[in-house]
Write a protein that binds this ligand. Structure first.
Ligand code: TIU
Length: 243
């Protein structure tokens, strides 16, 4: 049997339906690392209740599973600095009044440092062979990562977003992607914030003004769009196989 050719999938999204072209779409899972999700990490050091974030893991896993099943690209990011912190501005280390600063040693090793236990993606969402893992020194996924060039070489034009936190690394990355011309969809139940009001406000900002940053939809809308696409009778049969 040949490769299944999948045509555009329509996702019931806000502010209007999102047209997902599977041949040119990647999933980006932002910073689902222990530093933010488990006690004793960077998120905890800033005084946050990290339990809120762990709750989305099953939904993110369901989203990842869709992309893996279809062999569509999955990209994981981690907020990570080099062990010598040469890629971490002093302003970032000094900011706030954390119980531990970036680079200091907590319950899961040095905070936000590549290679440390806390810097690993949570076990339930661990990358598998063939998936891209990007270590990013900033909140946004394009700053000093080379990711744009990789996405361009893959022919990616559409990005589906999940991860944490909604108003910090997810929003920054989505805005950076929007400015680079990507059509962006945020899966709203696959992202979370330490602050419910900030998550709600971020979603409102993304979809305002006709989708000034992009689109937002629940995972169920993507699943429904996929099911409808599969159910399209004659067209699907006609375009079903390629040599
Ligand atoms: N503090 C906070 O909400 N987030 C971050 O510092 N990084 C990410 O969002 N990944």
């Amino acid at each position: 049997m040949g490769v299944l050719m999948v045509s555009t999938i329509s996702v019931a999204a806000r502010p209007y339906p999102y047209a997902l072209d599977p041949a040119h779409t990647a999933l980006v899972v932002i910073d689902m690392q222990r530093d933010f999700i488990e006690p004793g990490g960077f998120g905890d050091s800033l005084g946050n209740d990290v339990a809120r974030l762990a709750a989305i893991i099953p939904t993110v896993a369901g989203l990842v599973d869709i992309f893996r099943t279809h062999h569509w690209p999955v990209i994981h990011t981690r907020e990570a600095h080099r062990p010598d912190l040469s890629d971490c501005p002093p302003s970032k280390i000094a900011r706030g009044n954390p119980s531990l600063h970036i680079g200091e040693t907590g319950a899961m090793g040095r905070l936000l440092v590549a290679g440390e236990p806390g810097n690993q993606i949570v076990e339930a969402l661990a990358p598998v062979d063939g998936e891209i893992v990007i270590d990013k020194p900033g909140k946004g996924m394009f700053w000093a990562t080379g990711l744009h060039e990789r996405l361009q070489s893959m022919g990616i034009t559409h990005l589906v977003f999940a991860g944490v936190t909604t108003e910090v690394c997810v929003q920054t990355s989505m805005r950076e992607a929007n400015d680079r011309g990507y059509e962006c969809l945020l899966i709203e139940d696959a992202t979370e914030s330490y602050f419910p009001a900030f998550k709600a406000a971020t979603i409102d900002m993304i979809i305002a003004q006709g989708g000034i940053v992009g689109w937002v939809a629940p995972l169920a809308a993507l699943q429904h769009g996929l099911a409808q696409q599969r159910a399209r009778p004659a067209a699907a049969a006609g375009e079903a196989s390629a040599p």
